[in-house]
Design a protein around this ligand. Structure first.
Ligand code: ADP
Ligand code: MG
Length: 827
């Protein structure tokens, strides 16, 4: 029993909320953060969680009302005539197909490819049909669906005199021959009577479009008053509406009828006073319906509108041989009807995503009533006479195009915000009770669903810490708020730990921000990093075996390593010699991007920079310089490689180091230029795309408006011309920049090659120098010097082997650097 109730409430509330949250515009945007709504959502998920805890099969799907695709219904109504062309127009028994047969035009000569037979299959052919039957066939369903929230459109199309107005309005003086309009109003009010459970309001408006101007056929009513500004068509997420068009609430059938008569009278008067032919204008009578349930609990209500459209006569311009005002009228009509046709062709084409609704007032005003989400019906009125056969054919073609259009009728559901909050409050109370029942069934007493206080949050924090330490096995799930808070506290603990790690590092080292250029240049001067901010010896961030090794000596022996660093940094290291044995581990350079230098607390970097400069950053020492002669005796222990490397760069390696740095800075400069050029190219490309788009738009506009030609030359307007010039110019710029970039890339590749070569030479020569300086007997060194008997790097192996084994150095060091030029020692 409990489960049944629960599911019911859960489902109903979910569907209500789901719909609210899915609702476009209105409530979703404004009220989503309403506290009641949030609380309801929260409780629903709490309840879901609770259900999950009790049983695992809570996987339900909730559907929203979706419309299914539907074809437009197209009917043909044939105007009765004594002169019906039986020879040419034939109906098939299915009551749907109409065959047209045209006699060959003998004037066209012997070669005559003229088509003479057509067949059109529609939804129904209404021949000699009464107004009653027409209404039943064409309009009844559309109107009854409107009361359920579906929009509907019924349109009459055809040449003047074919019976459009007769079908739509009917013979006003004869009740029996009344048309769709009065019958639709009757049906609406009849259905309202049959639905006492709903409060249904009906409003109507009557719009006329004549020569691309909008007229309100109900503006003459005393309470409306003349409109100050001209009417405009406005679009918003809810649809299209006509700003300035009067919309009239009608509580009963009689009111609606008098509005209809008022409109019809105005239509006739206007046609006289403005000397216009009433068949040259489009008239749209709209019935707006809004249905709310009378039961308090339902906050949903549906709205819909039924557009009843009496189109202007579709006959073509050429036939009427009109001039002056009549010509202007005819042009407007031809245009708007051909735009209607274009829109319909586009709607019928599944691949088209743009429908040209805004080309004229008619299609723009009907934008949300053509295709889209409404029930749509077309009545094509035709004459059955032989003389009118050409117009009949064109009308039937229009009808068959219309038949290709599909629509997806959907209910227009809206929400009453006030009712909704009231209902949600009720639902909330109910859900709380529901939860209490669930908790007691699951023996989960004392579960609190209120927001957490500080003490509870602190407790969760402690649980998370214990869990991370491993002293707590698992964290029990209590409710949704608690789960969320556990995650929150995970985040808190994590960020605290990050901070702790960072402050520990800061206590021990000076961390240099990669963007802090002042600090970087200080350490650069100290020779700890190169121009790129990489550790010395690090090629573009990838360690290659040399670096600031002593920094990584065990943090436990802080004071000792500190001292060692200072000693090794200064060139006097060679004199004094390092006291600790040099191992492979010492040369193991971290490839980390964070640059570590000793904390200034432990030894001032600046101070060391100065000392370093004083001692070693003087004129590069040539190997045969007098200073070399003065070099103090070789230390008994060779210095660490990083330190020795510094010395090497200032001495024998100074020239190659200078070239290396020079190449590197050229490389960096080229890279920077390449990246700037790339950015410029991208910007130009973007502009080219935009210009192309604008140009296409212009072109399509031109095509739509009809192209002008002068002696075979296309005439384009200034805007388009300027765009073409701009595009040309941009393309030129693009080519130039692109060529530059290609050149730069080639240069970069070349420079990179040089830099790599220099680096390699620097390292190779350093290795040689290092070996010779510290492992070659003094007497042999003389022979290595320029002018000596041995070229540098060509040391007899046996000398070195004996030397190395003699000093008791382990092989591990050589092998770990991977640069050992020597065979392993004999056992
Ligand atoms: P349209 O609006 O297409 O120009 P109308 O509806 O004004 O044409 O019709 C022209 C004339 O033909 C009117 O006098 C109308 O009463 C008459 N008529 C049209 N269709 C029918 C019909 N089905 N039955 C009787 N009379 C009709
Ligand atoms: Mg008419």
């Amino acid at each position: 029993m409990t489960t049944t109730i629960t599911s019911h409430h859960f489902l109903s509330t979910c569907s209500v909320l789901g719909s609210v949250l899915d609702l476009e515009g209105g409530f979703k945007q404004d009220k989503r953060h309403h506290p009641v709504l949030q609380a309801a959502c929260y409780l629903i998920w709490e309840l879901k969680l609770s259900q999950m805890m009790r049983s695992k099969n809570s996987n339900k799907h909730y559907f929203t009302k979706m419309g299914s695709r539907k074809k437009v219904h197209a009917f043909v109504r044939v105007r009765p005539t004594d002169d019906f062309a039986h020879e040419m127009i034939k109906y098939r028994d299915d009551n749907k197909t109409i065959d047209i047969h045209l006699k060959k035009d003998s004037r066209r000569g012997v070669v005559n490819n003229q088509q003479t037979d057509w067949s059109f299959k529609l939804d129904r052919v209404l021949h000699d049909a009464s107004q009653d039957l027409v209404y039943e066939t064409v309009a009844k369903d559309v109107v009854s669906q409107a009361l359920n929230g579906f929009n509907g459109t019924i349109m009459c199309y055809g040449q003047t005199g074919a019976g459009k107005t007769y079908t739509m309005t009917g013979a006003t003086e004869s009740y029996k021959h009344r048309g769709i309009l009065p019958r639709a109003l009757q049906q609406v009010f009849k259905m309202i009577e049959e639905r006492p459970t709903h409060a249904i309001t009906v409003r109507v408006s009557y719009l006329e479009i004549y020569n691309e101007s909008l007229f309100d056929l109900l503006s003459t009513l005393p309470y409306v008053g003349p409109s100050v500004t001209p009417m405009t068509i406005v679009e918003n997420p809810q649809g299209v509406f006509i700003k300035g068009l009067s919309v009239h609430l009608t509580s009963q059938e009689e009111d609606a009828f008098s509005l209809l008569f008022e409109g019809e009278t105005n239509r006739i008067i206007a046609s006289h006073t403005m000397n216009k032919n009433s068949s040259r204008s489009h008239c749209i009578f709209t019935i707006y319906v809004e249905a709310r349930s009378r039961t308090l609990s339902d906050e949903k209500y549906v709205t819909s509108k039924i557009n009843l459209v009496d189109l202007a006569g579709s006959e073509r311009l050429g036939k009427s041989r009109s001039e002056g005002r009549v010509l202007k009228e005819a042009t407007y009509i031809n245009k708007s009807l051909s735009f209607l046709e274009q829109a319909i062709i586009a709607l019928g084409d599944q691949k088209r995503d743009h429908i040209p609704f805004r080309q004229c007032k008619l299609t723009h005003a009907l934008k949300d009533s053509l295709g889209g989400n409404c029930n749509m019906v077309l009545v094509t009125n035709i004459y059955g006479e032989a003389a009118q056969l050409e117009e009949t054919l064109s009308s039937l073609r229009f009808a068959s195009r219309m038949k290709l259009v599909t629509t997806e009728p959907t209910v227009n559901e809206k929400y009453d915000a006030e009712r909704m909050v009231r209902n949600l409050e009720k639902e909330l109370a109910l859900l709380k009770q529901e939860l209490a029942i669930h908790d007691s069934l699951a023996n989960r007493t004392l579960v609190n669903y209120d927001p957490m206080d500080e003490i509870q949050i602190a407790e969760i924090n402690s649980q998370v810490r214990r869990y991370l330490e491993g002293t707590l096995e698992e964290i029990d799930i209590i409710n949704l708020r608690q789960i969320q808070e556990v995650f929150n506290q995970f985040r808190v603990v994590l960020s605290q730990q990050e901070q702790e790690v960072e402050s520990t590092l800061r206590r021990k080292y000076t961390l240099i921000d990669k963007n802090d250029y002042a600090a970087i240049s200080a350490v650069q001067k100290a020779g700890l990093v190169d121009a790129d901010g990489h550790l010395v010896g690090e090629p573009d961030g990838q360690g290659f075996g040399l670096g600031v090794a002593p920094f990584s000596t065990k943090p436990g022996k802080k004071s000792k390593s500190k001292k060692m660093f200072k000693e090794q940094l200064s060139s006097s290291a060679r004199k004094e010699g390092a006291s600790s044995p040099l191992s492979g581990k010492d040369l193991d350079v971290s490839t980390s991007k964070t640059q570590l230098t000793p904390s200034s607390k432990d030894g001032d970097v600046k101070d060391m920079v100065v000392r370093d400069r004083e001692t070693s950053n003087t004129e590069p020492l040539a190997s045969d310089s007098p200073k070399e002669e003065l070099r103090p005796p070789r230390p008994s222990t060779p210095p660490a490689k990083p330190v020795a490397f510094e010395d090497f760069k200032n001495e024998r390696g100074s020239e190659i180091n200078r070239i290396f740095k020079e190449n590197k800075s050229i490389l960096n400069e080229r890279r920077k230029r390449a990246s700037e050029t790339t950015q410029r190219i991208n910007a130009i490309k973007r502009e080219i795309d935009m210009t192309k788009e604008a140009l296409n738009l212009q072109k399509s506009l031109r095509e739509k408006q009809g192209e002008y030609e002068n002696k075979g030359l296309m005439i384009i307007d200034e805007e388009e011309f300027l765009l073409i010039l701009k595009l040309k110019d941009l393309k030129k710029q693009y080519r130039t920049e692109y060529q530059d970039l290609r050149d730069l890339r080639a240069e970069i590749q070349y420079c990179q090659h040089l830099v790599d070569q220099c680096r390699h030479r620097l390292l190779t020569e350093f290795d040689i120098w290092y070996n010779e300086s510290f492992f070659v007997p003094e007497d042999l060194q003389m022979a290595v010097k320029p002018g000596g008997s041995i070229r540098p790097g060509m040391m007899p192996l046996s000398k070195i082997v004996s030397l190395v084994s003699g000093t008791g150095w382990g092989w591990g060091w050589w092998t770990s650097t991977g640069q050992c030029p020597l065979p392993p020692p004999q056992a």
